[in-house]
Ligand binder design. Structure first.
Ligand code: M6R
Length: 613
């Protein structure tokens, strides 16, 4: 939820830290701070608000040094204020900590530390880490200060419960930074005469794409001369550097005003890159041979937010293409279900970041119940990819906008590819149907290229409706989850009240919220359910709604007298149509938010990766 970054090298670290914090800002943006080791002393600058506020304060204080770290905060414990901003210090002021995550037992630790005489200056859970390390430094025995620090961090970790990643800088070891993690992301970047720590790769991608992944409980130590990873006992762990195939350009706005808009336009490429691996041998990915695939009877798909909506579309794919009953759950709910242990079952976790705490918890639960687990994930080396038995990567490049777009459409195509594969392997679909489905899948990037041309038309439409109080989205079958996703996109970035429903459900209650002029978006490609959707259009229009139909070309003529506006999306197969149908709704959310002057890439109260439960 927070973004953390660290540097040690031979240059002044301040420009790097500020640049990295801006790249990490999507993880949290209510306050920010940096600590720099300047001439043997720690200088800290913190401010409330976005990184640009911190930048002003840093410009004034002008700290300089070759080791430093920074933090951009999404508040959990304590309101956004300067005192609660990171970095946090121990009593001596010689040791500082930045932290992402939650220390669940911080209250009892704080009480204990206070009884030893430690003085606290914030309401945060983070501050206990600094004081606990200070305390442990007094009691560990070591040959030198570096070893002492590592031992104190290790001892501290054994007292902390929760999920966290934190970095430590100590004036007595000015040439190094140490970082450690439990169930929260942390990567080491390997540069030339300089090395980095960060919550994720885009923070330092402009400087290196060579990374080391750190496992839970390990401690990473970076110096200008190199980086090493130690286990809790201080032994050096062998770790191969991984080259990340993302480039800096994809992590930048590339001429677009906002990441959200850029990432909508990234979709043809993201689909193309994801589909390049769609015909892979899923039996290898799943670690199941054909006999085991034939036995597969139960699939549980778990996810949160937009990924959950993609999973809901996946349910139709698994049932129709693979003949497998699929159960879709919100990860936050799944964790508390009474799961009946099963044999021959697969749990699929869908996640852009691979760091969502709820999803990780749900996977853990599925594992305990005997499920084989598969991740559909966008981030290489993320916690989810290491937890699951198999991984299918979406190749979208970094998604920076808090509101997901390109990863959502790629997740749907990944689920389709997998359902197709399972269906062929278990005999539910013939080779001919498989080949036809595969062909349709490969045509998607081209159709997506057409779909993104809808921006102008949607932008124009928003002029008329952006002031409405409430927006409704309706769809059926595979387009029902698209109605949910359309509503989520709009809520997230424009703060408008928006709801998505299965069109057949409105008469059971939701229709009562429709009023004169309420914009109602109908997801109604010209498919087998088209006529049912026309009835829903009439029902809404009869109550005064302003009805917008999102349909394919064949739907235009029959709709003429029943709706107020028609948006034509390119046609693909009925099952894949949702991948294109969401595009006008992504533009809708963007343009309504833009007209309302919302902070599109930093929607209030949100963060990109929700690494707390
Ligand atoms: O990284 P994940 O896909 O696991 O994240 C799940 C949700 O937090 C995420 O999809 C969220 O709903 C997005 N902000 C939606 O745009």
């Amino acid at each position: 939820m927070c973004g953390i970054i660290g540097y040690t090298g031979k240059k002044n670290c301040v420009p790097f830290l500020m640049e990295g914090l801006k790249r990490l800002e999507y993880r949290g943006y209510d306050s920010a701070g940096v600590s720099i080791l300047q001439a043997g002393q720690i200088v800290t600058v913190r401010s409330v608000g976005k990184v640009e506020e911190l930048e002003k304060a840093v410009l004034q204080a002008n700290p300089q040094g070759m080791t430093g770290m920074g933090h951009t905060r999404w508040a959990t414990h304590g309101k956004p204020s300067e005192e609660n901003s990171h970095p946090h210090t121990d009593c001596t002021g010689d040791l500082v900590v930045v932290h992402n995550g939650i220390i669940e037992n911080y209250l009892s630790l704080r009480e204990k530390l206070e009884s030893y005489g430690h003085k606290f200056s914030s309401e945060t859970d983070t501050e206990v880490i600094a004081h606990l390390i200070e305390e442990n430094l007094l009691h560990v025995r070591a040959a030198d200060d570096e070893e002492r620090l590592i031992k104190a961090i290790s001892k501290t970790n054994s007292s902390l419960s929760g999920a966290f990643a934190y970095y430590v800088m100590w004036a007595r070891t000015p040439y190094l930074l140490a970082g450690t993690k439990i169930q929260n992301p942390m990567v080491v970047g390997l540069g030339k005469d300089e090395n980095y720590l960060a919550s994720d790769v885009p923070a330092f991608l402009a400087h290196t794409n060579k990374v080391l992944f750190v496992e839970d409980g390990e401690i990473a130590v970076i110096k200008s001369s190199g980086a090493k990873i130690l286990n809790a006992n201080g032994s050096v762990q062998k770790r191969k550097a991984v080259k990340i195939d993302w480039d800096q350009k994809t992590a930048e706005k590339g001429g677009y005003r906002h990441f959200l808009l850029k990432e909508i336009y990234d979709q043809p490429q993201a689909l193309e890159d994801t589909l390049r691996t769609a015909r892979m041998d899923f039996s290898k990915v799943l670690g199941l041979d054909t006999a085991a695939i034939r036995k597969l009877r139960t699939v549980h798909i778990i996810a949160c937010g937009s990924a959950y909506h993609a999973a809901l579309v996946g349910k139709y794919y698994l049932e129709q293409l693979a003949g497998i009953v699929a159960n879709v759950d919100l990860a936050s709910e799944y964790k508390y279900r009474a799961l009946v242990p099963v044999k021959d079952a697969l749990a699929i976790a869908v996640s852009q970041s691979g760091e969502t705490a709820d999803t990780l918890g749900a996977v853990q639960k599925a594992k305990e119940a005997g499920f084989r687990t598969l991740a559909i994930c966008n981030v290489r080396g993320s916690s989810l990819t290491r937890l699951c038995d198999g991984v299918f990567y979406t190749h979208c490049g970094p998604e920076i906008s808090v509101a997901s777009t390109k990863t959502f459409t790629s997740q749907i195509t990944a689920l389709y590819a997998m359902a197709m594969f399972l269906g062929q392997a278990n005999g539910n679909i013939s080779k001919a149907v498989f080949e036809k489905s595969y062909k349709e899948l490969l045509m998607l990037p081209k159709a997506m290229n057409e779909a993104v041309k809808l921006e102008y038309e949607v932008r124009h439409l928003t002029r008329k409706i952006y002031k409405a109080d409430r927006f409704i989205f309706l769809g059926r079958h595979v387009n029902f989850p698209i109605a949910l996703e359309g509503a989520l996109k709009l809520k997230e970035v424009s703060y408008k009240s928006a709801e998505g429903f299965a069109a057949g459900e409105i008469k059971h209650g939701p229709i009562s919220v429709i009023d004169k002029g309420t914009p109602v978006f109908m997801l109604m490609p010209a498919d087998g359910l088209f006529d049912k959707m026309v009835s829903a259009c009439q029902e809404c229009r009869a109550r005064g709604a302003f009805v917008v139909a999102i349909t394919t070309k064949a739907g235009v003529k029959p709709l003429k007298n029943f709706v107020d506006k028609i948006i034509i999306v390119p046609k693909t197969s009925d099952l894949l149509q949702p991948v294109l149908d969401i595009v006008p709704l992504q533009f809708l959310a963007y343009w309504i938010a833009k007209r309302l002057g919302c902070d599109i890439d930093h929607p209030r109260h949100l963060a990109k990766s929700v690494t707390v439960e």
